[in-house]
Design a protein around this ligand. Structure first.
Ligand code: HXC
Length: 531
C-alpha cells in the first residue's frame, strides 16, 4: 500500500519530534565550543585559529562533515572528572579540497592544550581507517602539548596506534602534516612518518626534548625557535618540507600541494586542461648553460621555461639547495622533478641532497608520478665530514630509489655528469627510459683537471719546465674528448642530443609514449634500502 504524498508521517506526535530535534541542535552547539570561550580567546591572542576555524578555511566551503563530536574521555584521576569536553582534544571528519575528497584531523588546543588522550587516539584511528578504506588523503593539523600526562599509558597506546596507522597508510594515501603550534616529545613521530610537513613560521615548533630538558641533561642553552622552529626544520634538519608565513599560508600550501597528488596509489595524479603550447620552443634555453664549465647558472630558469607556465611547485626549497625537487605540469600532466642547482655548491651531491632526492623519488614512484631529472653534477661532495657522516650510505639511497622506481623516468643532461653522479642521476643503467643530453653536456669519469692529475700527475711533477703549459694542453685534450655528448650518443649511452629550445616538446612526446609503461620488481617482501 502506498501513502499519499501529503500524508503525515506515522507516529506523528509533532511536538515530541520537535523536542528531539531541538535537543540535538542544543547538543550540537555544545560540541562546537571546544574548551570554551576563554580558551578560544587565549588561542586567538596567540595569533592562532581554533581547530574548527582551521578546518573551515582548509576545506571547500560547506563540505565539512564532522564525526565523533560527542566523544569524551573516561578518566577521573588528577581532576580529569571535571575536565570533560565534547569531542575531547581533536576535531575529525571529512570534506573536499578542490572538489576532491579528503579526511582531516585537527588537534584542538583549547581542550587541555590539544593533549593526546585515549579519546584523541580513538578518533585519530577511526578517521585514518576511513581515509585508508576510502583511498583519500589524510591531513593532520597539529597543535598540541604532547601526551596527556593524566592518562599515562592510555595516551601512549593511542599514539602508538596512530604511528602504526601512519606506517600502514604510507605509500597508499598521501599524508600531510600541517604544524600550527607545538609538537613535542615522541608525538613528533606522527608528522615524521607522514609524506609532507608544513610548518608555520613563529607559531609552530617541533622537538623531541625541549630547551629546559636539554639544559638539564647537556647544559646546552638554546631557545625554542632555534631548536625547533619552522626555518630550523626547513633549512637544517630537513624534517619540514615547507615554511608558511602564517596559518592561512599553511592551509593554502596544503591545498596547492594536493592539486599535484593523486588521492591514492591506485590513481594517476590529477591532470588539468593544458593552457600552455605543447610545441612551445624557448630559444633562450640555447644560451642558458655557459660554455665555461666553471660558470654557474640557475637551473630553475630552465625549469620555468620548459614546464607549463608557472606550474613548478618546489618541495624542500630551503633544505639542501644544491638539489632541486618538486612537482610541475607538462602539457597538463603532473611530473616529479629532480635536478641539481649549479648556483649552489656547483650542484654537488652531499648527504642532505641525497636524502632529499631519494625521498622525493620514492614518494613520486609510490604515487604514479613520472620522474624527470635534469643533471648537472660534478660529483659527490668530498671531505671527511661527508665521508664520516656516511655519504656512501646516503648517496646509495639515490641509486636505490631510482633503480626501484617503475614510473616513467626521463633524464636531460644539461652539463656535467661526472662519475658516480652520472650513474646515480637517472642514467640508462639504473633504468631511465630515455636519457637526453644538451650540446653542453660533459659525460666523463671525472672533471678534466682531476683526470689529468691522476693520469699524468707524476710526470707533470717531474717536468723541470713547461709543466703548466703541458698540463693545460692535456686538460684541453681531455675536454675535447669528453666535452660534448657525441661520444656518449655514438655508443647509445644517451638516446639523443637535443637543441635546448626543443626540450619541452621532446619531453611531452616522451611522456606520452610512456604513459602506460609497465614495469615490475622481483617478488620480495620489501627491499633493504640503506637507511
Ligand atoms: C595535559 C597539558 C599538558 C600535558 C600542558 N597541558 N601540557 N595537559 N597533558 N602534557 C595543559 C596546560 O595545563 C594548559 O591547561 C593547557 O594544556 C595549555 O598549556 P600551556 O602550557 O598553558 O600552553 P602554552 O603556554 O601555549 O605552552 C605550550 C607549551 C608548554 C610550550 C607546549 O605547554 C610546554 O612546554 N609543554 C611541555 C611540552 C612537552 O615537553 N611535551 C612532551 C610531553 S612527552 P589549561 O587548563 O591552563 O588551559 C610526550 C611523549 C609522547 O608527549 C610519546 C609518544 C610516543
Amino acid at each position: 500500500m502506498t501513502r499519499p504524498a501529503n500524508a503525515k508521517p506515522p507516529n506523528g506526535d509533532a511536538a515530541s519530534h520537535a523536542d528531539l530535534i531541538a535537543r540535538l541542535a542544543e547538543q550540537r552547539k555544545q560540541t562546537q565550543l571546544g574548551g570554551g570561550p576563554s580558551r578560544i580567546e587565549a588561542q586567538h591572542a596567540k595569533g592562532k585559529l581554533t581547530a574548527r576555524e582551521r578546518i573551515h578555511r582548509l576545506l571547500d566551503e560547506g563540505t565539512f562533515n564532522e564525526i565523533d563530536s560527542y566523544i569524551t574521555h573516561r578518566h577521573s584521576d588528577f581532576g580529569m572528572a571535571d575536565q570533560r569536553y565534547a569531542g575531547d582534544s581533536v576535531v575529525v571528519g571529512f570534506g573536499k579540497i578542490g572538489g576532491r575528497r579528503v579526511c582531516v584531523a585537527a588537534q584542538d588546543f583549547t581542550v587541555l592544550g590539544g593533549s593526546f588522550s585515549e579519546a584523541q587516539g580513538q578518533k585519530a584511528a577511526k578517521i585514518m581507517d576511513l581515509a585508508l578504506e576510502a583511498g583519500v588523503p589524510m591531513i593532520n593539523l597539529n597543535d598540541s602539548v604532547g601526551a596527556r600526562i593524566q592518562e599515562g599509558v592510555y595516551s601512549l597506546a593511542g599514539y602508538s596506534e596512530l604511528f602504526w596507522r601512519n606506517t600502514q597508510a604510507s605509500g597508499v594515501i598521501p599524508q600531510i602534516s600541517v604544524m600550527l603550534g607545538p609538537c613535542a616529545g615522541g608525538s613528533v613521530y606522527s608528522p615524521g612518518l607522514t609524506d609532507f610537513v608544513i610548518m608555520t613560521k613563529g607559531t609552530s615548533h617541533m622537538f623531541i626534548t625541549g630547551p629546559e630538558v636539554i639544559k638539564t641533561v647537556t647544559s646546552e642553552e638554546i631557545d625554542l625557535e632555534t631548536l625547533g622552529g619552522a626555518m630550523t626544520h626547513n633549512t637544517v634538519s630537513g624534517v619540514a618540507h615547507f615554511a608558511a608565513e602564517g596559518e592561512d599560508d599553511a592551509l593554502r600550501l596544503t591545498r596547492e600541494l594536493l592539486s599535484y597528488l593523486p588521492s591514492n596509489n591506485a590513481e594517476p595524479p590529477p591532470s588539468v586542461s593544458p593552457t600552455d603550447d605543447p610545441r612551445r620552443m624557448d630559444a633562450d634555453l640555447n644560451t642558458l648553460v655557459p660554455t665555461d664549465p666553471a660558470m654557474p647558472y640557475d637551473m630553475k630558469e630552465a625549469i620555468a621555461r620548459i614546464f607549463d607556465h608557472e606550474s613548478f611547485f618546489e618541495v624542500h626549497e630551503y633544505f639542501a639547495a644544491n638539489a632541486i625537487v618538486g612537482f610541475a605540469r607538462l602539457h597538463g600532466q603532473v611530473v616529479g622533478l629532480v635536478a641539481q642547482q649549479p648556483l649552489n655548491l656547483a650542484g654537488v651531491i652531499d648527504i642532505d641532497a641525497s636524502d632529499k632526492i631519494a625521498r622525493f623519488i620514492r614518494f613520486a614512484d609510490a604515487f604514479n608520478i613520472p620522474l624527470i631529472t635534469f643533471v648537472d653534477c660534478p660529483g659527490f661532495m668530498p671531505g671527511s665530514m661527508q665521508e664520516h657522516g656516511g655519504i656512501i650510505r646516503h648517496g646509495a639511497k639515490i641509486v636505490y630509489a631510482y633503480s626501484e622506481a617503475t614510473v616513467p623516468k626521463l633524464a636531460v643532461i644539461t652539463r656535467k655528469a661526472y662519475g658516480g653522479a652520472y650513474i646515480v642521476m637517472s642514467s640508462k643503467y639504473i633504468r631511465a627510459d630515455l636519457v637526453y643530453a644538451w650540446p653542453t653536456a660533459e659525460i666523463a669519469v671525472m672533471g678534466a683537471e682531476g683526470a689529468v692529475n691522476i693520469l699524468y700527475g707524476k710526470e707533470l711533477k717531474q717536468m723541470k719546465e713547461n709543466a703548466d703549459a703541458e698540463r693545460e694542453r692535456l686538460v684541453t685534450e681531455f675536454r675535447d674528448k669528453f666535452a660534448g655528448p657525441y661520444r656518449s650518443a655514438a655508443s647509445g649511452h644517451v638516446d639523443d642530443i637535443l637543441i635546448p629550445a626543443e626540450t619541452r616538446p621532446r619531453l611531452i612526446a616522451a611522456l606520452e609514449l610512456l604513459r602506460d609503461k609497465q614495469a615490475s620488481l622481483p617478488a620480495k617482501k620489501h627491499g633493504t634500502m640503506p637507511l
